[in-house]
Design a protein around this ligand. Structure first.
Ligand SMILES: Cc1cc2nc3c(=O)[nH]c(=O)nc-3n(C[C@H](O)[C@H](O)[C@H](O)COP(=O)(O)OP(=O)(O)OC[C@H]3O[C@@H](n4cnc5c(N)ncnc54)[C@H](O)[C@@H]3O)c2cc1C
Length: 322
């Protein structure tokens, strides 16, 4: 059996759920699972990595890796790969993963399958499924002539079982590579939202042009607050300037796969569906019974969003004891 290297992502030392998915999938494969964590807080990830199936964790504890820098991250992943010699490398298809791993693949002269929704590992053999043409068809990807098979998985695609706190990972402190950087991040200005990023959210309440005007998104925030959800949007309302582009779901926005996606006043254009049709349960609220969104919806509510959403908020409040 070979080694599977898992690039973990964390927020100030809290392991992201998407990384738990990868560690648990790697552990199920029977290979040795080696995690890697970057940044000043990397040492805080070791326990959670072990609980989720890592046998070993490479900690590259260096402040130069606190924020994503393509050159620094590429050099450091390459350095860890050289040491660990994995046959498979798993990472999330997050903004960081999508930018970083094509660079890593080029550096290692190996293959990368990005934005995958299914993963099968049997020994050293990996097969991944990747949606193409906005989800109109699916490609099965195998690797040839790839010393390290790199797979980037979309978040929320793989199951996460309860962490096994009896397990732990051997910690290996790995010295940071310090390449000459051509770019440097001076400052990061955070947005106002403290909500979970859309791609990580388990529940999303999304609004479209049916909401009529920007101020009516308040109605969705109220519902989202009760459900612990993140608010998303269609492109029509982003283009109208009602909400920021960071909230856009779809082909030219974010790809999401929450357990529950509530689409309010969204018609269900193919470009919107491309970003959310992987959701486990889709609830559509629309006053047009012929809206295309109903063809994808698990549950459809035909009616006026302005009547239905406040009622749902009240009922969920009662049911969830708020
Ligand atoms: C290259 C390209 C990329 C694109 N990328 C994206 C993308 O990433 N994401 C995206 O979303 N779109 C994208 N689009 C745009 C997409 O084609 C649609 O125009 C857009 O999704 C429509 O947004 P909408 O559903 O909010 O608006 P509309 O299509 O106008 O739908 C509004 C819906 O609200 C309903 N409604 C109205 N009043 C009420 C009410 N009171 N109660 C309940 N329902 C009501 C209506 O029946 C209607 O179905 C892209 C388009 C192109 C060409």
């Amino acid at each position: 059996m070979g080694k599977v290297l898992v690039f973990t992502e964390h927020t100030n030392g809290n392991l992201k759920r998407s990384s738990m998915e990868l560690l648990q999938a790697a552990a199920k494969s029977g290979n040795t699972v080696v995690a890697v964590a970057f940044g000043s807080h990397a040492g805080d990830v070791t326990a959670a990595a072990g609980h989720n199936g890592a046998n070993e964790i490479y900690v590259v504890k260096d402040a130069s890796l606190d924020s994503y820098n393509p050159e620094a991250f590429t050099a450091n992943i390459a350095s860890v790969v050289e040491k660990v010699q994995p046959t498979i490398l798993l990472a999330s298809a997050s903004a960081t993963g999508r930018d970083l791993f094509p660079r890593v693949a080029a550096r290692l002269n190996t293959g990368v399958a990005s934005d995958c929704t299914e993963l099968n590992i049997s020994g050293d053999t990996v097969t991944a499924t990747k949606p193409m043409y906005s989800g109109k068809c699916f490609a099965k990807v195998n690797f040839e002539n790839s010393p390290v098979k790199i797979v980037l998985m979309r978040a929320n695609q793989l199951p996460v079982a309860a962490a096994d706190t009896s397990k732990s990972a051997t910690v290996v402190e790995h010295a940071a590579a310090k390449p000459d950087l051509k770019t440097l991040i001076k400052e990061i200005v955070k947005g106002a939202s403290e909500k979970l990023d859309l791609t990580e959210a388990n529940v999303i309440v999304s609004g479209g042009r049916g909401l009529k005007e920007a101020a009516n998104f308040k109605m969705l925030s109220d519902l989202a607050d009760v459900l612990g959800a993140t608010v998303g949007a269609s492109r029509a309302v982003v283009d109208a300037g009602w909400v920021g582009h960071g909230m856009q779901v779809g082909q030219t926005g974010k790809t999401v796969a929450p357990t529950l996606y509530i689409a309010v006043g969204i018609s269900g254009a193919i470009q919107h569906l491309a970003g959310m049709s992987g959701s486990k349960v889709i609830v559509a609220i629309n006053n047009d019974p012929n809206a295309p969104i109903f063809q994808k919806a698990t549950y459809g509510i035909v009616g006026d969003a302005f009547e239905i959403v406040p009622k749902l908020t009240e009922e969920f409040k009662k049911a969830l004891h708020h």
